[in-house]
Design a binder for this molecule. Structure first.
Ligand code: 5AD
Ligand code: SF4
Length: 447
């Protein structure tokens, strides 16, 4: 494609967290508002947005190899795609990418992507541009309206992080904590529901740090927002992620015992079970304060499914300290979890700490940790067999005729029945696997 050709098709490839998925959807809407259509499956797009993640591993190398692959694939069909690099790698390493990869026409950070349209106009003229500004709150009001959405939708309510855990790049790539205004969020949620969403997951790097002012001008926390959204008649389920132990409020804990639409699931990363490691991570909670917090959730909602994030091999982590992580896992009994090997991130304090743990040690610890976590997830699933619950059908399963949805506890439940995406089924959970359950439909309603 010559630089002067207007792109007709686009593809947004999002990596990493759910917030990137949300950002990716908003960029897609923006491109569609400019008359660009999604590329068909298997077709090379005229414009590709690589919406990148910088949190772990060799993020930057992956971007370069993706760029190479796109150029090669484009050549085969005789076009030169316009490539945009977005997301956290763009924020952290944008200038270097521009210098090293001439094929990239645009570099746009997570707080600046509402300007992608203008950047594209320039790219079409052959002008390359970088925008990694962090203007406060301009992005959301500048984005186009929400379009038709799936039964489950994400809604970013809070962005950025002021916690500065010593291993993490997020405070640098996503900037300081900001909360989107209450009225803007209620409005966007209503539009998502109108467009077909039946479940909304509120997103934020520190989602439970969200604060705002309700319609009466009263200061409210995340529970106040959840209470308001629960009033939307066609919205059946509300979730939120990711929370920080230090921002947990009495109101949010209480909400789990009071609001039926708030699902019985809490993702609360702990990272390590060792107080020495937690301190070195700058987590500002202890293993004990974390466990006490979970206990309070269990008091108001005894069936709550708990989930967490873990890092093994943080600099200086000893075998005994790792054992403390296994102990906390055993004490909690997680329904789900995400566990990672520590990955030094450029510019973070931990990257230059003494006692970097050898890769083989990390591999071995991760394996042991995952054995405990897998065992607990399977146990949680087995304990669910015989329960009756609602399942919101989200997509087709892998086998022909199979449909897949989520239980209130965020377990995947599959059915060999004739169901539609968006159905809310009353189901009995009849069989448990390590990471999913089989359901039997008792009753179907179009949600
Ligand atoms: N190395 C490994 N894991 C990390 N995480 C964040 N930064 C790093 C890192 N440098 C994990 C944490 C966090 C999750 C989103 O990613 O567990 O909660
Ligand atoms: Fe990163 Fe810590 Fe902020 Fe989470 S709380 S985004 S791990 S700095």
């Amino acid at each position: 494609m010559k630089p002067t050709d207007n792109p007709k098709t686009y593809r947004v490839k999002s990596f990493g967290c759910q917030m990137n998925v949300y950002d990716g959807e908003r960029m897609a809407e923006l491109l569609e508002a400019k008359g660009i259509a999604p590329a068909a499956d298997g077709e090379e797009a005229d414009l590709v947005v690589l919406n990148t993640c910088h949190i772990r591993e060799k993020a930057t190398e992956k971007v370069y190899s993706d760029i190479g692959r796109l150029q090669k694939a484009g050549k085969k069909v005789g076009k030169d795609p316009i490539i945009a690099v977005a997301g956290c790698v763009a924020q952290a390493e944008g200038e270097e990418i521009m210098a090293r990869a001439p094929a990239v026409g645009m570099v746009v950070g997570p707080q600046a992507y509402h300007r992608l349209g203008d950047m594209l106009d320039r790219a079409v003229k052959g002008e390359r541009s970088t925008d990694t500004d962090m203007p406060e709150d301009a992005k959301f009001s500048a984005l186009p309206k929400r379009r038709k959405v799936a039964p489950t939708a994400f809604l970013t309510v809070q962005e950025g992080c002021d916690k500065f855990c010593t291993y993490c790049v997020v405070p640098y790539t996503r900037g300081a904590e900001i909360s989107r205004p209450f009225s803007q969020l209620v409005d966007e949620a209503a539009k998502l529901v109108e467009a077909g969403a039946r479940e909304i997951t509120l997103l934020g790097q520190n989602v439970n740090a969200w604060t705002g002012e309700n319609a009466k001008g009263h200061a409210v926390g995340l529970d106040g927002l959840i209470r308001e959204l629960a009033k939307l008649p066609d919205l059946h389920r509300i979730r939120y992620t990711t929370s920080h132990p230090n921002d947990m409020t009495d109101g949010l804990i209480a909400a789990h015992g009071e609001i039926d639409k708030l699902m019985p699931y809490l993702h609360l990363p702990v990272q390590s079970g060792s107080d020495r490691v937690l301190k070195a991570m700058n987590r500002s909670h202890t293993a004990e304060s974390y466990l006490k917090l979970l206990e309070r959730f269990r008091q108001v909602r005894p069936d709550i499914a708990l989930s967490g994030d873990f890092i093994v091999g943080f600099p200086g982590e000893t075998e005994d300290e790792f054992q403390e992580t296994l102990n906390i896992v055993d004490a909690v009994g997680y329904a789900a979890a995400f566990s990672f090997k520590y990955s030094p991130r450029p510019g973070t304090p931990a990257a230059t700490m003494d006692g970097q743990v050898p890769r083989e040690v990390m591999d071995e610890r991760l394996q042991r940790l995952q054995a405990h976590l897998g065992r607990d997830q399977y146990a949680f699933n087995k304990a669910s067999v015989g329960k009756t619950c609602d399942v919101l059908i989200e997509r087709k399963g892998r086998r022909a005729g199979q449909m897949l949805g989520k239980s209130p506890w965020l377990q995947s439940v599959f059915f060999d029945s004739d169901l539609q995406i968006g159905d809310m089924v009353r189901a009995e959970l009849v069989h448990a696997g390590p990471s999913s359950l089989e359901g039997r439909v008792l009753e179907t309603a179009t949600a």
